[in-house]
Design a binder for this molecule. Sequence first.
Ligand SMILES: [Fe+2]
Length: 183
Amino acid sequence: MNRKEALESVKANVGNTNLVKHMLATEVIMRALANRFGEDEEEWGLTGLLHDIDMELTGGDMSSHSKLGADLARELGASETMVHAILCHNEAHGIPRETKLDKALFCVDTLTGLIVAVALVRPDKKLASLDVKSVKKKFKEKSFAAGVNREQISLCSELGLELNEFIELGLVAMQEIASELGL
Ligand SMILES: [Fe+2]
């Protein structure tokens, strides 16, 4: 599988452009993390790109979400390591996160939501003017974007990353594709 095929499949299965943007954001942060850890950038990036490919097909049914996605990823040629990460990013299946890739996808998934939410309350609604301090401030403000699970983001500690470094890496990565994200 190459990136083009993966992205085409995502677009064929996901009509909601915000959901596609969420997967692009997850991909770019996963790529940055892979580089940070000397891991396989393509493997990590494509796992991020594909992780919610079944969200619309499963209609939000959390008992099937990720299982179908895992099957679709496998059909596209994803490795079993990638498939496992996709499967266990949905806690409803009770599958433990084992590899670094599993753990990375789980916390990156939520970090993207926080960064988007913080950008959207800026006067210019842009990522370019955002800094780590602003994101951290909103992270601590529990009532802000209350649906964003802070504990999940904090699990970056399992990767050996401080929260500040994780936020910075995620923000810088998303800024690189700001126009694609419309932010
Ligand atoms: Fe996601």
